[in-house]
Design a protein around this ligand. Structure first.
Ligand code: ZN
Ligand code: ZN
Length: 448
């Protein structure tokens, strides 16, 4: 029994330990490169922090990142890159050629969210913008301000360490990640044809994990997302005369509850799938039956079969709810979405092995069989367009802050919380280190 247990433990360790998992690929010794990078960052970090604070104070919504893109372009030019602006709207592409070798994509997203900041940071945003016709507050609640800063850090470090790597890097400042539109817009504007075509790529996202954490998930890393607006058409009229109307409100209400049975009754309970009604808009006064009700639905899935079930089940439920209310067919409009983000398994294991000695216990590795995040990322568009990639999760919360929150019984604010306030320095420095050291360490996908 004991021997059997020991064997099992070893097998489990082999699954969770990057050092063991990547035994077949000898990891390069990156300690000297890391020391050199740390010295570069010691000098450049004040500039990166000033940049992060400036962007945090001046957040811009997707496809409105004019100021952000301009500032990013300036920094990348200063670092010696050839910069092209307005790629796919407000996107920025910066190229540095450094001899023979692969072409490597590094992406940072630039957009903020339509919400009011409540962090209490001295550099809190008071910005407002027009979002879907409404004047709204704007906040960097997903940490994309730290992403723009890490992209500049990566540019500066790769330029300063040209003797440690060779090839071409294509850095991109991507617009509109939150509405899952910006990656597609850059691809449609010729990202892969107007510029050197990347052989593989990297990106990183700050999270509320403890600072010092670099999380790598092989295989499926985030979920597919699909959003729809469903308009139920009725016949408006007086609140006292329902028989003369078709009331879209009970139809919408029925849909809201019925649609959940697609998840609870039709989907395999072991398979991941989420259906969220994020908005219901109808009516104005208690005595008016409106002529329409609009519902916004978001679907998350991690397999093509569940994705299709949720899409078709949602449409079926909407049509059935309308039919039951004797109303015309609802109008179903696709608002956008993206597929599952697949991390290249060879890159994931190689990066985990190379970075484990640098980040120690902070390096978390999950194999392809592990659970992907429920969130979504349109970085998947680049992967699906033929750029095998690795997406890092970067811990941004000071462990002391996390411990204090835990002691008060409060959860750590997640991305998109009005209180989301990662510590910029570890978030930015560790994202730069994970990406630059992966490039210097020669992390690449398996040859085709
Ligand atoms: Zn986000
Ligand atoms: Zn984000």
């Amino acid at each position: 029994m004991a021997a059997k247990h020991a064997f099992l433990t070893a097998a489990l360790l082999a699954l969770s330990s990057p050092a063991l998992a990547a035994e077949a690929v000898p990891a390069p010794d990156l300690s000297a490169a890391n020391a050199r990078l740390a010295a570069i960052l010691d000098k450049s970090y004040p500039t990166l922090e000033a940049l992060y604070k400036d962007l945090h104070l001046h957040p811009e919504l997707g496809m409105q990142e004019v100021r952000t893109a301009g500032i990013l372009a300036q920094h990348l030019r200063k670092a010696g890159f050839t910069v092209t602006e307005k790629v796919g709207g407000t996107g920025v592409v910066a190229v540095l050629k450094n001899g023979a070798g692969p072409t490597i994509l590094v992406r940072a997203d630039m957009d903020a969210l339509p919400m009011e900041e409540k962090t209490g940071l001295a550099w809190s945003s008071k910005a407002r913008a027009i979002y879907e016709g409404k004047d709204v507050p704007v906040m960097h609640a997903c940490g994309h301000d730290t992403h723009v800063a890490y992209l500049v850090g990566v540019a500066q470090a790769l330029a300063a360490m040209r003797d440690s790597w060779s090839g071409t890097v294509v850095l991109i400042g991507q617009p509109a990640e939150e509405p899952l539109k910006g990656a597609r817009a850059m691809l449609d504007d010729g990202l892969l044809t107007r510029f050197p075509k990347p052989d593989f790529g990297f990106a990183a996202h700050v999270t509320n994990l403890p600072a010092g954490t670099v999380a790598i998930k092989a295989g499926a890393s985030s979920s597919a997302s699909d959003s729809y607006a469903i308009t139920f058409h009725g016949r408006g009229g007086h609140g006292s005369m329902p028989a003369a109307t078709i009331d879209p409100i009970p139809i919408a209400a029925r849909f809201v509850t019925d649609a959940q049975t697609v998840v609870s009754r039709e989907k395999d309970p072991a398979a991941f799938g989420v259906l969220t009604i994020g908005a219901i808009n109808a009516g104005s006064a208690p005595n008016i039956i409106p002529d329409r009700a609009e519902v916004k639905v978001n679907l998350r899935s991690q397999s093509p079969a569940v994705r299709e079930l949720l899409r078709s089940g949602t449409a079926r439920s909407a049509k059935a709810a309308a039919a039951m209310g004797n109303a015309p067919e609802p109008t179903i409009t696709y608002l956008g979405g993206t597929g599952v983000l697949m991390n290249d398994e060879t890159m994931a294991t190689a990066a985990a092995a190379a970075l484990a000695p640098i980040f120690g216990k902070g390096l978390l590795f999950a194999p392809a069989s592990g659970q992907a995040m429920s969130g979504s990322e349109d970085f998947s568009e680049f992967v699906d367009a033929g750029v095998p990639s690795l997406f890092f999760g970067i811990g941004g919360y000071d462990p002391a802050t996390l411990a204090a929150l835990k002691a008060r019984g409060e959860p750590a604010p997640t991305n998109h919380s009005p209180f989301f306030a990662p510590s910029a320095e570890p978030a930015i420095r560790n994202a730069v280190a994970a990406i630059v050291l992966s490039i210097v360490g020669g992390v690449h996908p398996a040859p085709k």
